[in-house]
Design a protein around this ligand. Structure first.
Ligand code: FES
Ligand SMILES: [Fe+2]
Length: 344
């Protein structure tokens, strides 16, 4: 690969590979008033129509580039606050008060982000010029099956989203960083790991150890990238067996990440009610404590920490996932180059 290409791939990776769904924020963040959010190298504006339908556009007026989010939402369109150009949810400048009948009026001049809301979260499709139409979004069963009950946990951390992904693709840190936690103080510290392929990705797991600690992480890609892990729970954690975590990590900027976790358990009936009560009253605070240990460690890293690594066998999982993502980005750059387009 040429040096120029290498720079393009790195820059695309820093903003997140294209042509997939990204978790944006909890549904409750967006009401009728426009909200500006940076994600994946774009500034996006989200708002809802009177019927509650969610819309998202690039947050830039096609006239002179001010944020559309500084304007006024009018159902399925936004009127720019600067000179009143109205852009609808299809990205078309439908009204141009200063130049009616001109070139801008009626043109599709603003990028549209297709959106979906699932399980309390907003997703946006970030497609490149060749893939504006979204692929289907399929989520792990913890988020779609009635057998599971889940809580959504949203945070923003300082640092590159890829460090957060590395962190989750690294079960071994549980035994050390989270040693004091209520659920991760057990387990072999010198375990051997292996990678097992799955239909949608792979599992990185400790050989011969399951249901002891944070023993494995699964990577899956089903329209969106997700990671899954399970942590066994002591009896005091209430009914429902292992605690499942589904994670998604979205770049906000090069130094900020939207960190999304669903904390899930397989249970129903009174057990579900008991767990939901226990979670709210006791477990949630503990989980935040554990997550804080991760955040503090990662936020202390310099941006170039990964330029000074000496990786060993426990890092096989994150090495594999980095390669998968790099190949994805390189493929997208190559496809765009062939079509004479640029990624960003
Ligand atoms: S910049 Fe938006 S209408 Fe002029
Ligand atoms: Fe952790």
């Amino acid at each position: 690969m040429s040096a120029a290409n290498e720079i393009d791939v790195e820059s695309l990776l820093a903003n997140g590979p294209r042509n997939q769904w990204y978790a944006v924020c909890p549904s409750g963040f967006i009401a009728q008033k426009p909200v500006s959010l940076r994600r994946c190298g774009y500034r996006m504006v989200f708002w809802r129509g009177i019927d509650g339908a969610l819309h998202a556009l690039e947050d830039r007026c096609p006239h002179r580039g001010v944020p559309l989010s500084c304007g006024i939402a009018m159902g399925d369109r936004i009127a720019c606050g600067y000179h009143g150009v109205q852009v609808d949810s299809n990205g078309v400048a439908v009204v141009v008060p200063g130049a009616p009948g001109g070139k801008l009026e009626g043109s599709k001049s603003t990028k549209v982000f297709p959106v979906e809301e699932r399980n309390g979260l907003i997703f946006a499709w970030v497609g490149d010029d060749l893939h504006a139409a979204p692929a289907p979004l399929e989520l792990p069963e913890e988020l779609t099956s009635d057998e599971f009950s889940s809580f959504l946990c949203y945070a923003e951390w300082n640092g590159d989203y890829r460090y957060v992904i590395d962190n989750v693709m690294d079960p071994m840190h549980g035994t050390f960083l989270h040693k004091q936690s209520h659920s991760m103080s057990f387990g072999e510290t010198k375990a051997a790991f292996r990678i097992v392929d799955t239909p949608t990705g792979f599992v990185f797991e400790k050989e011969g150890q399951r249901n002891v600690n944070f023993d494995w992480t699964e990577y899956g890609h089903t329209g969106a990238l997700w990671l899954r892990l399970e942590i066994p729970y002591p009896k005091t954690g209430g009914p429902g067996g292992n605690f499942h975590i589904i994670g998604m990590y979205t770049p906000i900027s090069e130094n900020k990440t939207a960190v999304i976790h669903w904390r899930c358990r397989r249970l129903s009936g009174w057990q579900r009610d008991a767990w939901r009560f226990l979670y709210k009253n006791r477990l949630e605070a503990r989980h935040w404590q554990v997550l804080e240990q991760d955040r503090v460690m990662l936020e202390q890293c310099d941006p170039d920490a990964n330029q000074h690594e000496n990786l060993y066998a426990h890092d096989m999982g994150l090495v594999r996932l980095r390669r998968v993502m790099r190949n994805q980005a390189a493929g997208q750059i190559a496809e765009l180059a062939q079509a004479g387009r640029h990624a960003l």
